[in-house]
Design a protein around this ligand. Sequence first.
Ligand code: BF8
Length: 636
Amino acid sequence: MDTRSVDLAVQEMLEVALQNKIETAWDRLNFQQPQCGFGELGLCCRNCTQGPCRIDPFGDGPRKGVCGADADTLVARNLARSIVAGTASHSGHSKHLAHVLKKWADGKAPDYPVKDERKLLAVAQRHGIEVEGKEIKEIARSVAEVALEDFSERNTPIGFANRTVTKNRAELWNKFGVNPVGIDSIIAEMMHRTTLGVDADANNLLLGSIAAGIADYAGCRMGTDLSDILFGTPAPVISEMNMAVLDPKQVNVALHGHNPVLSDLLVQVSREMREEAKMAGATGINLVGICCTGSEVLMRHGVPSCTHSVSQELPILTGVLDAMVVDYQCVYPSIATLAGCYSTKVITTMSMAKIPGAIHIEIHEEGAWAKGKEILRLAIEAFKERAGRLYQIPRYKEKVVAGFSKEAIVAALAKLNQEEPLQPLIDNIVNGNIQGICLFAGCNNVKVRQDENYIIMAKELAKRNVLLLATGCGAGSLGRLGFMNGEATKAYAGDGMKDVLSAIGEANGLEGPLPPVLHLGSCVDNSRAVDIAVAIAEKLGVDTDMLPVVASAPEYKTEKAFSIGTYAVALGLPTHLGMVPPVAGSKQVVKTLTKDIREITGGYFIVETNPSEAAKKLFLAIQERRAGLGLLTRLW
Ligand code: BF8
């Protein structure tokens, strides 16, 4: 058994790496062994130059840092900084989108017109913006300004968080003092609080972290809303995933990173460049996605996804990837080194995200189209260079149905009940055909066999009639391994869920059932899951902490995953982590996150590294919620 990945395409490319002595993330993990035990427990601090300090978890060595901070303080402070970094990443992405929308409204970014006016109006009205008799550009400017205002400090809580959850939830956040008044202001506050000699109270730091998590939710929600406005709200689309989506006869360009500002434009520019590619001897330009920006263009244009997360280096090893174009986040700098062994051009595009060895072509919205052409021309040149060279493309790919925005799900359900679209879903939750909903979010992590936790958990939950939602690299895992098509429903779903998904498929004129895992999009699109949960909660007249809805990050790795998990808990969801977070050095922090926090938000973390056990714990959490609603429950 290959212990590195379940994905056969990844296994094949790792063999190629081995034969050619090419270093990958898996090798570098080995070179790092043994990794720092203090770091794994969260017990090291380098927040001042008296350190680095570490605390001995067994009590024979130092019990406090030089300043006197103990294990609880260190662990809580370190965790807080991770959550804040995640919040800064998601909200930086959404701030970028707000500026693009504003530039378009001001006539400075003609390549970025509003694509979904309906969504623009809906978001404007949600934020109390008058739309009657106004031009689209004027409304767009107001929405962008309202979004940008959410970053700075005001007297009122963040609109993109508070206007998109239940009324009760927003009040509860106020009651416990965790409702931040600005995204950037809570980021700055938490950085201040975690410096030497400020907040030493672990529980107080954790409450601040919850506030940062709520700001992260606002950032994600803003990212989703503004992307939908600028690039269109996704609707179901059929595509494919895994490395066989690469085509040796075409100019292959991988779009990697997160923000659709670049990748969506390249999809459009590539249509114009097709003839140029043909003149170079290619049959066309083949765009493929990697990681979250791949999900953005899959959801809106059906661009196939090539691979995700820890395996991002491997498409280069096929020998047919002509360019990897990146924006920011989750891009391993190693890709530039690796590309040096092939004809692949790695192209960075953002001034804030450069990689030594890559070609830098900076994209500004003002002249984006021309720059997009320049990038694709480089890819065409690379295609010419690789003529006659050997290549190896793994033959694996799976059909996927993606594009499940909340709007698309509601539209599909409306075919069953035009007046009350959510009613069929609620009826089937009540009668037990659907036991509950689990959102799979997060990454792959090179410390666990790639995709294995997702697959085991998805099978266990689907056969027990738990409807699965997925985002980011979690969606990538489940898509690459065949969980996102109607056949998967027949293979993995329990009878009740099979009936429901078949009925929706039939009502929508599909050939078969909906998939058992609905692809919601990139990681910012975890906000779509919140949108769905809030809609169900409001329909039932309860808050989100009463729903049979759970979340799981079975193979997470990034700081962004911490911040998403934190907002899932802030919304009241039982939230599973499949990797042990670096908090085990503090019993107090562990207890607060897994138990005591429940008294405040209703949500809590479940840490379980065994995927079968994790599925069981989530199913039990769903049953507990069902019992709370007076619904029939089931044993495992
Ligand atoms: O934001 S799932 S490895 S690509 S952090 Fe990154 Fe993790 Fe993938 Fe998207 Ni999300």
